[in-house]
Design a protein around this ligand. Structure first.
Ligand code: PEP
Ligand code: MN
Length: 350
């Protein structure tokens, strides 16, 4: 249940409502919205009676929160969550592009790719230092050395960096070096890791489990918000289906549904969905057209020699083309001013 306060409600009236909620044995969570405070009622088993709160001074209305997830829901917080990392913004009004190799392989490899993706217009550099691999015999990532390389990339390019955390043991190291902490598809329901991420002050990028329902995914995000960390970015990366023409099936319908159900930003990863380079661009176009707030794309300058996921990694020039195309699509959908030369062409075509 959400108790919405009048926009003129005083701090004392908010405190009184919080006290009244807690007197009944529930937890009250005040949320500052655009022009008013709302108070979320949590830890209630079953429905809470609204009448006693409705007649309290300063209370405007009571909204029942019908979803199993509370704090991630739009019912709970109608305004979009916007996340800022230095000069980079993730969320409404911005198309954010994260790009880089699947894994950090060396300083030279990371800096070369970072230079390419920055030039093409990426906002954030990605690269795994701890890699979750199906086979124990595959490259497992550079670990701490990889994190240090990511810090160098940030220093040299100015791009914030995102990297995956695999377990609670290495959480502190990843948290120290990363600007955004990624929780991968295989760990979406690692509840100890989610609780740990909930206590972090860094934004968390939560990939959808490869066979998770939307409710399970949003409930996983709920763990992080419930821990006190409200900076969560959701990522759709494809789900496991029967098809063999792609590595996973990109569930694009998740984009509008997540946007409807939650205030959290949603990014699409076409690379892990496709598993094949030639599908990445069409899926990226479609993701932006469907309303994604951004993309995560794997890029490698020598994909044939990549330590992991070379088959789905774009060549730098392909990535530059992708950036141009998706920013045009985003611009059309969001009525952004056309670039002068494109506008002239559009006028001439009329
Ligand atoms: C990755 O982003 O490198 C990764 C392993 O992704 P996923 O968790 O989606 O498989
Ligand atoms: Mn990968």
């Amino acid at each position: 249940m959400l108790i919405v306060m009048d926009h003129q409600a005083s701090a004392a009236q908010v405190d009184d409502v919080v006290a009244a909620v807690e007197k009944r044995g529930f937890t009250a969570k005040p949320i500052q919205g655009g022009d008013r405070v709302s108070i979320g009622v949590l830890y209630n088993q079953g429905a809470v009676e609204a009448a006693p709160f409705l007649c309290m001074p300063g209370v405007k209305e009571i909204i029942p929160v019908t979803r199993p997830y509370k704090q991630v829901s739009r019912e709970f917080k109608p305004e979009d969550t916007i996340i800022r990392i230095g000069g980079v913004t993730i969320g409404e009004g911005h198309l954010n592009i994260m790009a880089g190799p699947c894994a950090i392989e060396s300083e030279a490899q990371a800096l070369t790719i970072a230079g390419h993706v920055k030039e093409a217009g990426a906002h954030i550099f990605r690269g795994g230092a701890f890699k979750p691999r199906t086979s124990p015999y595959s490259f497992q990532g550079m670990g701490l050395e990889g994190l240090k390389i990511l810090a160098q990339v940030r220093d040299k390019t100015g791009l914030p960096v995102i990297t995956e955390v695999m377990d609670v043991e290495t959480f502190a190291d990843v948290e120290a070096y990363a600007d955004i902490i990624q929780i991968g598809t295989r760990n979406m329901q690692n509840f100890s890791l989610l609780k740990k991420a909930g206590r972090s002050r860094k934004p968390v990028f939560l990939k959808r489990g490869m066979s998770a329902t939307l409710d399970e995914w949003l409930m996983a995000a709920e763990y992080i918000l419930e821990g006190g960390n409200h900076q969560v970015i959701l990522c759709e990366r494809g789900v496991r289906t029967f098809v063999r023409h792609s590595r996973n099936t990109l569930d694009l319908s998740a984009v509008p549904v997540v946007r409807k159900e939650s205030h959290l930003p949603i990014i699409v990863d076409p690379s892990h969905a496709a598993g094949r380079r030639e599908q990445v661009l069409p899926l990226a176009r479609a993701a932006v057209a469907a309303g994604a707030h951004g993309l995560m794309v794997e890029v490698h300058h020598e994909p044939a020699n990549a330590a992991s996921d070379g088959a789905q990694s774009l060549y730098p020039e392909q990535f530059a083309g992708l950036c141009r195309e998706v920013s045009s699509i985003y611009g059309i959908l969001n009525n952004q001013e056309l670039q002068p030369e494109r506008k002239n062409r559009a006028d001439a075509d009329r």
